[in-house]
Design a protein around this ligand. Sequence first.
Ligand code: ADP
Ligand code: MG
Length: 414
Amino acid sequence: MPIKVLIAVTWMQGHRIWLSGPLPPCTHGVRVRVRGFSSSREEVRFLDSSNEKGKTPHPNPPPGVPGGGDRKFSIRWFWAFLLIFCLSAAGCQTHLEKYEFVRPEMGTVFQVVVYAPDAAAAKRGADAVFARADELNALLSDYDPKSEISRLSRLTDSGPMTAPVAVGHDLWRIIERAVEASRRSNGAFDITIGPCVKLWRRSHQMGELPNPERLAEARKSVGWEAIKLFPETHSVQLLKPKMRLDVGGIAKGYTAMEMVRMLRERGLPRAMAGAAGDIAVGDPPPGKSNWRIAVQALEQPDKSAGYVELHNASVSTSGDTERYILIDGTRYSHIIDPRTGLGLTHRIGATVIATDGTTADWMSKPLSVLGPEEGLRLIESTPGAAARVVTIEGKQTKVYESNHWREFQSASVP
Ligand code: ADP
Ligand code: MG
């Protein structure tokens, strides 16, 4: 469609046609204006019917539309209107229906919502992106001993790696972004936290904290500075013994964004993908200017704390609402403080909006680890990002918002 409109604009040069946004529901991204009149369906019909009756000009032409006189001029306008009609009709022809798909992926449930011309197209798109999620899981899961990331980690079993090893495109992109995240958050986000996450999982099963020796041993293998990157060859060298990379805090956001990108590539740009905590959205649903996403309430996990409205962006929420361990009256979150190796004990939840899923996912961890003041500084220094943080101390709930949060917050409740 944009190409076609471009042709129309080129052809009509000198006749004051221009492009502008935002878009009416059926123009697929572009509104064409002719001398101040937007090409809504009605106007197009008017133009069409006048063309059908055609030979005589419209008796009451609207202002700015030539109504008669110069025959050459009229003929030119006739073709111009006909062309615009054809373009608009072509755009409006494709009626999009909403389709939803749900599948277990990455230890959780992923959902895809897509607007497609028919069920077959939607299913083809969904199958392709779920296959991609499977592929990413097979590369990035630390639960799977055969995954690329597990094999890389095992190279440190008998000591630091003595030489770099080339990794695939996806693993490289994730590790590179994760290292950048660690640098920006002063280590509050750290994918080398793997050995401590393993202890947390054991604590979850046993209902007891790891003994101090075990914890101390695990912490020796933690430290993002021990990841050495070789950008020219997409190679990685891990410089501590027994390191375990865990990308659970960044990979779902990356996957959700990948799924939306792939759907767009397949001609389905009006799509949403993700798991409960990590959601990516593409172009808005037909006739809407945004997707509306519910934000989970930290205090009441089954309730929403409101809605955000966004398109071509991602939103991630991290908190201890579902995954936590209660030991001797203390609640340990699944988000680990790399400084202690233990789950956070302060109650905090963070929702981050960012232009890409990887950023939204990782940033919700430092916000939780560092707390609202320091965490929100990170958000303010990130273009396109916004966040809302909730803390609970005793019976007191406090809400903190970044400067741009309100721009995404939905004013209305559905
Ligand atoms: P979800 O799994 O629902 O996406 P989160 O986005 O909150 O949940 O990510 C939590 C996961 O992030 C943990 O299970 C763990 O694998 C990882 N993680 C925990 N703490 C950190 C941290 N400080 N830095 C990086 N990753 C972390
Ligand atoms: Mg996440």
